[in-house]
Design a protein. Structure first.
Length: 176
């Protein structure tokens, strides 16, 4: 598999929106996690493509999009400065990393994280920050044990798309 990432504009979002949707359905079925099911509105993802960097990860050999991730230089509102080793560090904030369920376990998520680190270095960024649900044990192990991201705290947030739903997430950071 030969992977590459390309930044998308708002008109190109449908191909990666469907990946997020399929991942949401898969996480609900396999782990009982409903934070991406129902998937947040496609219009929101188009807005993200205007203000943030939404990427499609493509397999050059199969000519197919297999994953997506979104990067931003703005911290999420639920993150507090006391989470970070140095709040003044210029950082990239990752969200919506999703690999098609049928392609999971093939190293694509690992490749995405290394590509994110590469992009961060190109931008002169000193840290990568994100969160992952506490209930998603496999993902936490992947980020913390395999990729050496530090757990910096826990955040509880309201789900903007599902009334009366709250999520507990671990907050991660890696200095690069």
């Amino acid at each position: 598999m030969k992977l590459y990432a390309v930044r998308l504009n708002p008109e190109q979002i449908d191909e990666v929106y469907n990946i997020v949707k399929k991942c949401g359905q898969d996480m609900k079925k396999r782990f009982g996690l409903t934070h991406w099911s129902p998937t947040y509105p496609v219009e929101e993802m188009r807005k993200h493509a205007e203000k943030k960097e939404v990427y499609a990860v493509r397999d050059k050999n199969a000519e197919k999009t297999v994953a997506t991730f979104t990067l931003d230089t703005q911290s999420l509102i639920q993150y507090h400065d006391n989470y970070w080793s140095d709040p003044s560090h210029k950082a990239l904030y990752l969200n919506k990393l999703a690999v098609l369920p049928e392609h999971q376990g093939k190293g694509i998520g690992f490749w995405c994280m290394k590509e994110i680190e590469r992009l961060a270095k190109l931008k002169g960024v000193l840290a990568i920050r994100f969160n992952a649900l506490t209930k998603h044990k496999l993902l936490i192990k992947f980020y913390h044990c395999k990729l050496n991201y530090n757990i910096c705290g826990m955040v509880e947030e309201n789900d903007p798309w599902q009334e009366n739903k709250k999520w507990k997430s671990l907050v991660f950071e890696k200095l690069i």
